[in-house]
Write a protein that binds this ligand. Structure first.
Ligand code: PMP
Length: 438
């Protein structure tokens, strides 16, 4: 059991010890564990409360799903209504899943057909399996710093210690031989991709990437990189998988592809699709998607007991209804800009070597200077300072997960006043830390 950090309250210590007694490490996702441990019991709008009743402005948003705000009343009302009517049949189809697929086809430029599952990992797993079925090839290109889930060919090289950059850095024991099929390349480096395709192009089934490498904060793919990958995929017959599990819905109903003007073959989505209800989707070219065995004659297995659960499809439809006029995105983008500019101003005034990078509602302070184009640039990060800043913010009631370079997310429930109070707390925290440094 992890020893609790000094200073936590008796209520947290007790709940944490009880969790650790029956759950390895007390949490159900490795990145949910950090110091000091936290135990939560309430969430509403922009706020979350721990077991001590301490309130936080939430910038974590459960790693991204919470886009409208926690426990959104209109989404919950729609789900409650559905609950009285239908739950899970596990046979045939429902009108909700058809309607949701229609909406995704309408908004996501490359989506011609759609299937639903429950997590981002299931969507990327199915994308890779489908790419292999379509091409009859096995290998995969992924990029250093991108995360695509917990399955064997992708669970590697996200946040990698310096000595492993350029090598394979597996994130788990117990993996199978499929890890050898993955080639890890530098993000935003088209020449590296071209070079790999020249030598192994005939063996490569797919290229998978996040259009913004949000798993290392906010490293944005250049439009040239995204377009260049399209060209190379066409040239070498490789399937282009855009992993929009974070960027989908959060940056726009059409995903980042509608912003960058790139058209992948397959797109995975998840997280912000349903404001916290569990659902993910894989969408793409009809001729590819029709290979799934959900269709008579399809040869690529796809199944899941809970797939397209009515609670989640209904929640996602409710979210789309609320987002359709663009107002939600305008609001969270404006708040994101306010937080980014305010934070950058404070860091500059206090003389920190730091920069704030954002896209829309995702805002990331990096404690390093110079350009950020790929993971290699982030090796200059002052991680201890980054974590100390986040902990200082937590002490002041502003929850930014205390892991270096992790994203802050703004929801439509945050107000301008929340942002301004956050900036005041950031000013206090950074002033305190710079005094400690001196
Ligand atoms: N792709 C991306 C881009 C992600 O950020 C994540 C989760 N962080 C996944 C896939 C996997 O999603 P899940 O955790 O829902 O399995």
């Amino acid at each position: 059991m992890t020893a609790p950090t000094a200073g936590i309250t008796a209520a947290t210590e007790k709940a944490w010890a009880e969790a650790n007694a029956v759950i390895p490490g007390g949490v159900n996702t490795s990145l949910r564990r950090f110091n000091p441990p936290m135990v939560f019991e309430r969430a509403q709008g922009a706020y979350i409360w721990d077991v001590d009743g301490k309130q936080y402005v939430d910038y974590h948003a459960a790693f991204g799903p919470i886009l409208l705000g926690h426990n959104h009343p209109q989404v919950n009302a729609r789900v409650s209504e559905a609950m009285g009517q239908l739950d899970l049949i596990g046979a045939g189809t429902t009108r909700q899943e058809t309607e949701l697929a229609e909406r995704i086809v309408k908004y996501v430029p490359s989506a011609e057909k759609v299937v639903f599952c429950n997590s981002g990992s299931e969507a990327t797993f199915s994308a890779i399996r489908l790419a292999r079925a379509v091409t009859g090839r096995k290998k995969l290109i992924k990029f250093q710093g991108c995360y695509h889930g917990w399955h064997d060919p992708v669970v590697m090289n996200v946040v990698t210690p310096k000595e492993f950059v350029g090598k394979k850095h597996l994130l788990s024991a117990g993996l199978g031989p499929d890890v050898d099929n993955t080639i890890v390349l530098e993000y935003n480096n088209l020449e590296a991709v071209e070079c790999a395709l020249k030598t192994e192009g005939q063996e490569i089934a797919a290229i998978i990437l996040e259009p913004i490498a949000h798993n290392i904060g906010c490293v944005i793919a250049t439009n040239e990189f995204l377009a260049g990958l399209r060209r190379l995929c066409d040239q070498y017959g490789v399937v282009y998988i855009l992993d929009e599990v974070i960027t989908g819905f959060r940056h726009g109903l059409g995903g980042y592809q509608s912003i960058a003007g790139v058209k992948p073959d397959l797109t995975s989505m998840g997280k912000a699709m349903a404001n916290g209800y569990p659902i993910s989707a894989l969408a793409g070219r009809a001729d590819f998607m029709d290979r799934f065995a959900t269709r008579a004659g399809g040869d690529t297995f796809f199944a899941g007991t809970f797939n397209a659960h009515v609670y989640s499809t209904t929640a996602s439809l409710a979210c789309i209804d609320l987002m359709e006029d663009g107002g939600i995105h305008r609001r969270i983008f404006a708040l994101g800009d306010r937080l980014r500019d305010g934070l950058q101003g404070i860091l500059d005034r206090l003389g920190y070597d730091a920069q704030v990078i954002s896209f829309g509602s995702v805002v990331v302070p990096y404690f390093l200077t110079g350009q950020i184009k790929s993971y290699t640039d982030l090796l200059r990060s002052n991680d201890p300072l980054d974590i100390a800043f986040r902990q200082a913010m937590g002490d002041r009631g502003f929850f930014m997960i205390p892991i270096a370079m992790k994203r802050n997310h703004i929801s439509a429930s945050h107000t301008q006043e929340d942002i301004d109070r956050t900036l005041q707390a950031a000013d206090d925290s950074l002033s305190m830390l710079s005094k400690q440094k001196a």
